[in-house]
Design a protein. Structure first.
Lengths: 249, 438
């Protein structure tokens, strides 16, 4: 018992010395990014989201989506509300995205920069995969209580060319993300808030607010609810299954 | 006519109700909440839409199709009021799901009044696993990657290129669907097999009766490209084979295409002596299209379509000439027999939408220009590349009121007298459609 305590004390002291004296050596931006991903979402899960588009005069338009995600690269979102959008489903497999509209009956390929909901959120925001899958951490710096990661898109098909992500040191959760085009222009800013315990060890933000210099005066908000782990077959994430996503609920 | 005296106050009332029913809300601090109780899953789910559409059409009085359809009741314009109600629903219990779509329409103009009630879909589906499903009933198929046309959609109903996103009536079929997901370059493999019978009272409009036809589609997601291989084998229509593909080349650029081959296409055609004959020939149809999103949020869908089974410019002109000749006969002698023959020829293929050989389709939609949220102006053009005739439809849609959609559209057709769009019954059309989803 005493020996174990001594070993633990020595190890903890070594770690503390290592981190405090040589932060550049200790900090691995991509490892932090992977940890952010795991803290934000489990490997395989379902969730409900509400999207709110707010116009400059305060008028709102709301959407409710049921989503399932598996692994780092597969995600489906089904619109539950409003009635005009009900039954629409979007699928993402890596960089491939499709939209299924019940009347049209066949899935149409869509692109990450389009938006099926209007407002500031685009398709890649709605069907976001793991950050570490799409981005490489090229720079990292520290402030008092946060890390600042500079992330570069791994391929040209990713919606944003680069991100500046502020990560809370204590929780390893993102607080602010600035999204840039290849030209360096700021496209939008995402702000996570309202840390909530979703159960099963999942503690993460329940609200995301975004605005964009391209949509002056407009704001879009995403709220999360019932984020729970769920086992899913790979076949759920196929075009043939898009008309049947409702049955997963 | 009194039609508009009734319609305009009705429209004004509807619009007023819309505006009064959606008061402007203001944003307070931290007001966002998400109450999940309204979205719990129910075994029975249903919805749909109701719509009112008002149209004013100017008749092309010298055009062939106006002379064919209005020779005994000529008029300069037409006002039409249409209403529609579409109900769709789903009942799900364990591995069993029943889906249905029903549409009722009522249409009234100065020439006629009509109503319809159609069962578009009614399908019972069993899904023992995520990878397997078996279904039977009436189902609408939308095979092919083209937006305006689907030459490889062998069991599709032909869609209206001006409204390609509307629901279409299905066929009574039995279907087996198998899906396999994998890792590696081939990510998904899916096989859809469909048996489509044609008997008296069952799918009669599909083709020759007393046959069971087979259609199959093999889907592959291979190296980030969607690929479908299709075939149709049966006696109700001639056998045909097809392939399509779709792929994103960039985060704002998609490309798609279709190819369909019919070795022995049976087709009616008009002979120079004004008799209808039947011929058999091979037909190869192709479609190539792109979808492109500009930095300014303009979405462009552009498609080129070669309709291998279509009529040549000369053949179409011959048909239109027959109508003009029939109309002259009717004016001079009162004999409408040639016009009767023209009607028969029209129904045997010449009168279907886009019956020619080569077309260009372009749809441009600008999302929320000048920061006008939920307003989307658009422009749709269809050009017959052989006879140089065209139709152009500017429109604007407003979706700012939750569950309401308002669309205003103007359609213009232009071309020589013996061209496809120059011969259209209406040279222009203005329409307003108000749709409420529930």
């Amino acid at each position: 018992m005493t020996i174990n305590r001594s070993i633990s004390l020595v190890l903890a002291t070594c770690c503390a010395l290592l981190f405090s004296q040589s932060p550049a050596l200790a900090l691995d931006g991509n490892e932090i990014l992977r940890q952010v991903d795991r803290n934000m979402q489990p490997e395989s899960y379902e969730m409900y989201r509400k999207l709110i588009n707010i116009e400059p005069d305060g008028k709102k338009k709301e959407f409710v989506l049921y989503s399932v995600k598996k692994g780092s690269n597969k995600m489906v979102a089904l619109f539950l509300d409003p009635a005009s959008e009900k039954g629409r489903a979007t699928l993402r497999l890596d960089d491939n995205m499709w939209l299924y509209i019940p009347n049209v009956g066949k899935p149409l390929r869509i692109t990450s920069l389009q938006s099926v909901v209007g407002g500031v959120f685009n398709n890649s925001d709605l069907l976001r995969l793991d950050y570490s899958l799409e981005y490489d951490a090229t720079e990292i710096s520290e402030e008092d209580d946060s890390y600042l990661l500079t992330l570069k898109a791994r391929t040209s098909s990713v919606a944003y060319d680069s991100l500046k992500m502020t990560v809370d040191k204590k929780t390893l959760l993102p607080t602010t993300i600035e999204c840039f085009a290849a030209s360096g222009m700021l496209i939008k800013t995402l702000r996570y808030s309202k840390i909530q315990d979703f159960g099963d060890g999942m503690v993460r933000p329940a609200q995301l607010e975004t605005d964009s210099p391209l949509y002056k005066g407009y704001t879009s908000v995403m709220l999360w609810a019932k984020l729970t782990k769920k086992e899913l077959d790979d076949e759920v994430f196929t075009l043939n299954y898009l008309s049947k996503v409702e049955e997963l609920r | 006519m009194t039609l508009f005296h009734v319609n305009f106050p009705l429209t004004a009332t509807l619009l007023t109700l819309l505006l009064l029913g959606h008061p402007i809300k203001t944003r307070g601090a931290d007001e966002f909440s998400f109450d999940m109780t309204a979205f719990e899953k129910k075994a029975l789910e249903w919805g749909g839409f109701a719509e009112v559409q008002i149209e004013h059409m100017d008749v092309g009085q010298d055009s062939a199709m106006a002379r064919l359809n209005l020779y005994d009741q000529p008029r300069a314009d037409l006002d039409r009021l249409s209403t529609a109600l579409q109900l769709d629903g789903r009942y799900n219990r364990d591995i069993t799901t029943f889906n249905w779509v029903v549409k009722a329409t009522v249409q009234d103009d100065q020439l006629s009044w009509s109503d319809t009630l159609d069962l578009y879909e009614a399908v019972l589906e069993l899904k023992p696993s995520s990878a397997t499903s078996i279904s039977a009933g009436k189902k609408s198929y939308k095979w092919g990657k083209g937006y305006a046309w689907n030459p490889a959609g062998f069991i599709n109903r032909p869609k209206d290129a001006n409204n390609p996103e509307e629901a279409l009536e299905g066929y009574i079929t039995a279907e087996l669907d198998l899906i396999k997901s994998m890792s590696g370059p081939l990510r998904t493999l899916a096989l859809t097999t469909v048996a489509l019978p044609v008997w008296q009272g069952v799918n009669e409009d599909f083709g020759e009766e007393n046959h069971i036809n087979l259609a199959a589609m093999l889907y592959l997601l291979y190296r980030d490209t969607d690929i479908d291989l299709m075939l149709f084998e049966g006696e109700s229509r001639s056998s045909r084979y097809g392939i399509d593909f779709s792929r994103n080349l960039a985060s704002n650029f998609e490309i798609h295409g279709e190819l369909a081959y019919t070795p022995e296409l049976r087709q009616s055609f008009l002979q120079s002596d004004h008799t209808l004959a039947s011929r058999e020939r091979s037909a190869l149809s192709t479609l190539l299209g792109i979808r492109y999103l500009t930095e300014g949020d303009l979405t462009a869908i552009i498609e080129y379509y070669h309709n291998g089974g279509g009529y040549t410019e000369t053949e179409l002109a011959q048909f239109l000439d027959l109508i003009q000749e029939g109309y002259s006969d009717f004016l001079n002698t009162g004999d409408a027999s040639l016009l009767g023959l023209s009607e028969q020829v029209s129904q045997r293929g010449y009168g279907r939408p886009q019956p020619g050989r080569n077309y260009l389709y372009a749809k441009l939609t600008q999302k929320e220009p000048f920061d006008l949220l939920y307003i989307s102006p658009g422009l749709t053009a269809i050009v017959n590349l052989d006879d140089q005739s065209w139709s152009l439809s500017p429109e604007v849609a407003y979706t700012g009121w939750t569950n309401w959609e308002l669309r205003l559209r103007l359609s213009l057709s232009e071309g020589d007298a013996l061209s496809e769009f120059g011969s259209k019954m209406f040279h222009n059309k203005a329409e307003m459609r108000l749709r409420y989803f529930f």
